[in-house]
Design a protein around this ligand. Sequence first.
Ligand SMILES: Nc1ncnc2c1ncn2[C@@H]1O[C@H](COP(=O)(O)OP(=O)(O)OP(=O)(O)O)[C@@H](O)[C@H]1O
Ligand SMILES: O=C([O-])CC(=O)C(=O)O
Ligand SMILES: [Ca+2]
Ligand SMILES: [Mn+2]
Length: 664
Amino acid sequence: MAANGNGEFSFGKGTARKGLAKIQTAASQKKQSAICHDDSTPPVKAQTIDELHSLQKKRSAPTTPIKGTPGSFSPVSEEARQKQQLQSISASLASLTRETGPKVVRGDPARKAETPKFAADPSDHFSFTPTISVSDSSLKFTHVLYNLSPAELYEQAIKYEQGSFIASSGALATLSGAKTGRSPRDKRVVKDETTEHELWWGKGSPNIEMDEHTFLVNRERAVDYLNSLDKVFVNDQFLNWDPQNRVKVRIVSARAYHSLFMHNMCIRPTPEELENFGTPDFTIYNAGQFPCNRYTHYMTSSTSIDLNLARREMVILGTQYAGEMKKGLFSVMHYLMPKRQILSLHSGCNMGKDGDVALFFGLSGTGKTTLSTDHNRYLIGDDEHCWGDNGVSNIEGGCYAKCIDLSREKEPDIWNAIKFGAVLENVVFDEHTREVDYSDKSVTENTRAAYPIEYIPNAKIPCVGPHPKNVILLACDAFGVLPPVSKLNLAQTMYHFISGYTALVAGTEDGIKEPTATFSACFGAAFIMLHPTKYAAMLAEKMQKHGATGWLVNTGWSGGSYGCGSRIKLPYTRKIIDAIHSGSLLNANYKKTDVFGVEIPTEVEGVPSEILDPENTWADKQAYKETLLKLAGLFKRNFEIFTNYKIGKDNKLTEEILAAGPNF
Ligand SMILES: Nc1ncnc2c1ncn2[C@@H]1O[C@H](COP(=O)(O)OP(=O)(O)OP(=O)(O)O)[C@@H](O)[C@H]1O
Ligand SMILES: O=C([O-])CC(=O)C(=O)O
Ligand SMILES: [Ca+2]
Ligand SMILES: [Mn+2]
């Protein structure tokens, strides 16, 4: 069948004949015979198909030049180094009730012929000789797929994991299983003598206690599950671009999807850094396919995400949602960094050409990734940062963008980052063309893409910057009563930071489908470990010291509440953000609003002035007033739990913050 140029299809007649006749012209016959007699390509140097296939892959170059002077004997041989690495991994996977770690070997069990030299020779296997309590588990080897490349992880995913496909853009489309969002109610933190006093416990806290023993029960369950597999993935990577406060993390997981996700989201070590990696500071055991035991104390479902700060370990059972790993590590940073007087932040961060840095705080779905990814500015990071004495640093090495209704026009940089190497979670695509339909919510509303930060063309590498000039608090206000932008004084900034308001629209947290007002202290209560006032005091101190201005930006509804009005157009929000960055908004004319008492500008370039005061956009003024008071009431009620706390050393600031809330 062929197209005939008129757009019709025809068999045989004319076209095919002509084609056939053409080949048999004298000239081409001459050419053909010439080719036949002058076959200059020598045959392949292989006797068998296996040999031929072995030619295809070249051994990777040694990661770093052999240390020592040329010709002299290297102090640490490649062999010894690989042995050390396997020893470290076996130690990570050691069950606590048996004497030894499992026998581990490098390489893919399915590719015996290709297993790297050091693992192929049995004398090079790292193993202990089991003494007592021999069981089948001590007789087997667990293959370790160590820091595989994205290409290798693609192959693993596509071969072995159902629901893995290559999307037409080149990204790896995967399914996260039954859970398509985080499970904050299933998070547990070990309460011991130290954490009992250090951490925030009780009402409002995300830290639901568990005892050390129960942690060990779950750890054993996860480790035994992982060791029962033929192969596990191990990622050794870093957190935090600030070299003085870098944290070494190891992630042990059972899925190529998890390994690629963390490859993208954590900082990728150079070959030399990997060689000198040594012992990790923190280890995640992700046994997400395997449930926890309901009969285990403290368990309320088949999912458990357990954090043990003393052991520097996290165990994941019963959820494959990859965001748990990212945000689990973020919790760890929320504990470690404040101890060093460094503030950890659930925020995006970018920098202008002149070095002006902006932070974007906000709960899930409020626009941190969307608005920090700005073609005219350098991206420092989209979700997790540290603010220390030298400025800001990104904790991660990648971005995690919401994909629902993603469009090339509105978010070109994110769209283009979803290419080979990126992980696409829970999206729906055309079964034939593999083209993704970003509007499809069949699997979940919380579809996501995880890509390395350098996939954004104007990413700032290394991802660090000077002290922030603007602190932008994002709220997606489904009530439609918060102004698109307001300027805040320091006390108001702290009030709104501690409140952490948004109205969740999509389901990043498992199970949330309808919009509801949410208050989440520090715009990330699910991840903080200390009392919110600790972080708030640090933020106030830093903002004051460095003269940063606070802003409240509503990326949510205008012209009425959810269901009546509509979401503020992204181009308008971008114009507002531009005016904040440029400094022009600082010099605008302002009026003070009733109830919330914030300053709203009368004009912003590129934004219709009538939408700047939400009252103008509501047809029913009475409904507007009632909704405004309703929201203000929710703020007041939420803040009650904080009224007995002092913020920082300054009583004056505490009083100012308490007075900075809505007044009615
Ligand atoms: N006016 C607006 N401002 C910002 N985002 C908007 C606006 N209108 C629609 N959106 C959409 O809202 C979503 C914002 O999600 P984004 O990924 O930026 O969330 P996030 O704050 O990074 O959350 P998370 O912490 O869960 O990653 C995007 O899908 C974006 O397209
Ligand atoms: O953690 C996630 O699943 C996504 C995210 O960034 C958030 O919820 O803040
Ligand atoms: Ca994000
Ligand atoms: Mn986030």
